[in-house]
Design a protein around this ligand. Structure first.
Ligand code: ADP
Length: 481
């Protein structure tokens, strides 16, 4: 609302005195010039109060004073000339009043727009073509910790220590070509804390079309990036767990392979005994056989020690946890792979919560393996037929199950009985450890894993685990002990 304001008493007094002086000069002097036009100075002064209503009232007041003064003096000259003079003076005052009100309104509009920029929490600032900051809003102060006085006039990229993902020259080139650029910057706050921001640059041009200024808006995504990194870390932890589990499985196969050196050592030992039994004992031959035993023995010990040291790092975690929550975490971890492969994900989880005991990470590892296999099985399928359905529930025997159904290539009848064997793969680069490990995890948890054909196409893998199992039966797989 426009009200008559007196923000500056002295200015008001000065303005009144000036008006009175002009009135006095206009009334008592008989000058040939139109003294009344000087009222425009009073009107211009009134703009200082920032109110259009004040300007309007002052303008009207000045016209009134001019008319009164004219009425009082009645110049001696020709009457028509006097009237013309008076009309011209009053029109001048009116015109200046209107122009002053207009410029005041424009200024108020600009101030309002600027105050909106202050209200927004987004960082907004402008810089000239040499990079020097011209404007810096409150959002920018909050984001970077530099107040306006500290920022204005500084080169923005030096002030904020900008790390460019693409070279600055490239950004500037693009700005000149398209008048805008969007991307990401890593910067530092005044206190040195790193900030990652998405940023939009818009080029402003002057009337001649020359680049004059860049408007920049920023959004702080530091926390989002941190969470994404944490997720990535969790993902690689799971992958590492997988490797450790693979090593665990390898221990079994290495133990199997150890049979051979042990057999060799026994043969050498028998040979040594025979050489010693000779008369006279064939000492050199016996010593050679014993040396072979030592070599084989050392080699075997080395292999066992190396594998054991790796496997020992695998933690076993036991405890009660909710199936749906664990499945949702796996879905979140694999979501980007699923999306990247144009697969439609269907999540059909049991309504109520389902509690399970055992190593949550290992069970999640099984699920990840099933989902990764399903994704790979759908590689060759037409896009809109790639459907991955993850289901949880309780089966007819009261066991909890987690199931992954795909519409991929499916499994050959002949392959079905061998899928869970170590080193069984139908892929050129398959490691073929996954399902064998999955089975050992399932069995260690008192459960099982099954595979069957999906109808009409694809495969179904189902991990079944006992609900509310007790710890004493040993939740960890045998090879982790
Ligand atoms: P890898 O994936 O490295 O071959 P796995 O042990 O995980 O090792 O799988 C063994 C084999 O089981 C695979 O080579 C593949 O033939 C088969 N298989 C697993 N999952 C699926 C599936 N969803 N669809 C079709 N075949 C599958």
């Amino acid at each position: 609302m426009n009200v008559l304001r007196f923000p500056n008493g002295r200015a008001m007094i000065a303005m009144s005195i000036l008006a009175l002086l002009i009135f006095f000069a206009d009334t008592v002097t008989v000058l040939d010039i139109a003294v009344a036009t000087l009222y425009v100075l009073v009107v211009l002064l009134s703009a200082r109060f920032g109110s259009t209503r004040t300007v309007m009232l002052v303008g009207a007041g000045c016209i009134a004073l001019a008319v009164i003064s004219w009425g009082l003096t009645r110049p001696a000259g020709p009457i028509l000339e006097g009237i013309v003079n008076e009309v011209i003076s009053n029109l001048t005052i009116a015109l200046v009043t209107v122009l002053t009100i207009r410029s005041l309104r424009t200024e108020q509009r600009h101030r309002y727009q600027a105050s909106l920029l202050e209200l927004t929490r987004d960082a907004f600032f402008t810089w000239d073509m040499s990079g020097k900051v011209l404007y810096w809003n409150r959002g920018a102060e909050a984001l970077y910790g530099f107040d306006r006085a500290a920022a204005i006039g500084k080169v923005v990229h030096t002030l904020l220590n900008t790390q460019f993902v693409v070279p600055l020259e490239q950004i500037v080139d693009r700005l000149h070509q398209h008048d805008s650029w969007e991307g990401q910057f890593a910067r530092r706050r005044a206190d040195g804390a790193p900030r990652i921001v998405t940023c939009r640059l818009t080029l402003q041009r002057d009337a001649a079309g020359r680049a004059s200024m860049v408007l920049e808006t920023n959004n702080d995504i530091t926390e989002r990036v941190r969470l994404e990194d944490a997720l990535e870390q969790a993902r690689s932890d799971l992958v590492r767990m997988n490797r450790v589990l693979v090593l665990g499985e390898l221990t079994a196969s290495i133990a199997h392979k150890m049979k051979q050196p042990i057999a060799a050592m026994m043969t050498s030992a028998t040979a040594a005994l025979n050489w010693l039994d000779h008369d006279p004992p064939a000492m050199r031959k016996a010593a050679q056989a014993i040396a072979r035993i030592v070599d084989d023995g050392n080699h075997a010990v080395e292999v066992i020690a190396r594998v054991r040291s790796l496997v020992k790092k695998a933690p076993t975690r036991a405890g009660r946890w909710d199936v749906n929550e664990a499945v949702d975490e796996v879905i979140a971890l694999t979501r980007s792979d699923v999306a990247r492969n144009g697969i439609q994900l269907r999540r059909e989880l049991k309504q109520s919560s389902l509690s399970i005991s055992g190593d949550r990470v290992q069970v999640q590892q099984v699920l990840i393996n099933m989902i990764v296999n399903a994704i790979e099985a759908m590689h060759g399928v037409v896009d809109n037929h790639r459907i991955l359905t993850v289901t949880t529930g309780v089966d007819g025997h009261g066991y909890a199950f987690m199931q992954v159904r795909d519409t991929g290539v499916g499994i050959n009848e002949a392959d079905l009985p061998h899928l869970f064997e170590s080193f069984y793969t139908t892929k050129a680069e398959g490691m073929a450890m996954g399902l064998a490990i999955c089975r050992s995890i399932a069995e260690a948890h008192g459960g099982r894993i099954d595979a069957e054909q999906n109808q009409p196409r694809g495969a179904v893998f189902r991990l079944t685990l006992p609900v509310e199992r007790h710890e004493s039966s040993g939740a960890a797989p045998a090879h982790m002990a």
